[in-house]
Design a binder for this molecule. Structure first.
Ligand SMILES: Cc1cc2c(cc1C)N(C[C@H](O)[C@H](O)[C@H](O)COP(=O)(O)O)c1[nH]c(=O)[nH]c(=O)c1N2
Length: 210
């Protein structure tokens, strides 16, 4: 039996408050085994039917990393073109990935064809496979922060191109591309809030009672 005391709970709350999506990384490399340890922690996450549908690809090859960076550049240019006026000007100032600086690149997929878990919980809601993978990423995000490591989620990518670049099985669905490294700064406020793109709203705004 493990007991968690008030001090732990307070620290855990601080972990939630200080977890950030990080796009600005220091150049220092990650100690050997860091990404593998984060993956191990992620694998403790809940998953539909205990299916553990997460699949991780540690992207080390320079040419593949370059291809992902080029894809981000192209997708980000398209995204900018979809805005107009003041919103476009503001979007253009945002830094939306740390792909160039991050020492660690990790792609995360959901295996839609795995029969681990024997389909339990997925018949009515097949999308729970993807939900399980996102739950694992969240755990990894928090575990990284507890070690002083920053994680940045990049979704401004073309999933099909990522798939081809990383040469993974057809049945794997692309979920996330993560940049991992030591953050340049620590902050308790989202970077998009600092940049006045959007602000964090309180729980009451998202909660209905019936
Ligand atoms: C599914 C998904 C996808 C993305 C993100 C997050 C999630 C959950 N976020 C990070 C996002 O902008 C960030 O979480 C919010 O701005 C809140 O900031 P904190 O995470 O609290 O620092 C993100 N950030 C970014 O700079 N480029 C991106 O492509 C994405 N994509």
């Amino acid at each position: 039996m493990v007991e968690f005391d008030d001090t732990f709970r307070q620290h855990l709350r601080e972990l939630f408050v200080w977890r950030r999506d990080v796009r600005r990384f220091r150049a220092d490399p990650l100690p050997a085994g860091t990404i593998d340890r984060l993956i191990e922690t992620a694998c403790l996450s809940p998953s539909v039917g205990l299916s553990q549908p997460w699949r991780f690809v540690v992207v080390e090859d320079a040419a593949r990393r370059r291809a992902v960076i080029d894809d981000f550049r192209a997708c980000n240019a398209d995204a900018l073109n979809a805005y107009a006026g003041e919103r476009a000007a503001r979007y253009a100032t945002l830094k939306l990935s740390g792909l160039e600086q991050a020492p660690g690149h990790l792609a995360v997929f959901a295996d839609k064809a795995s029969d681990i878990g024997h389909g339990l919980g997925r018949a009515t809601m097949p999308e729970t496979t993807e939900y399980s993978v996102v739950a694992a990423i969240t755990a990894m995000w928090l575990a990284a922060r507890a070690d002083g490591i920053g994680l940045g989620w990049v979704s401004i990518l073309n999933p099909q191109r990522v798939h081809t670049t990383l040469d993974v099985p057809e049945t794997w669905k692309f979920i996330a591309y993560l940049c991992i490294g030591y953050p340049e700064v620590e902050c308790d406020q989202p970077e998009l809030e600092q940049a006045k793109w959007e602000h964090r709203r309180g729980a009451e705004e998202f909660t209905l009672r019936r």
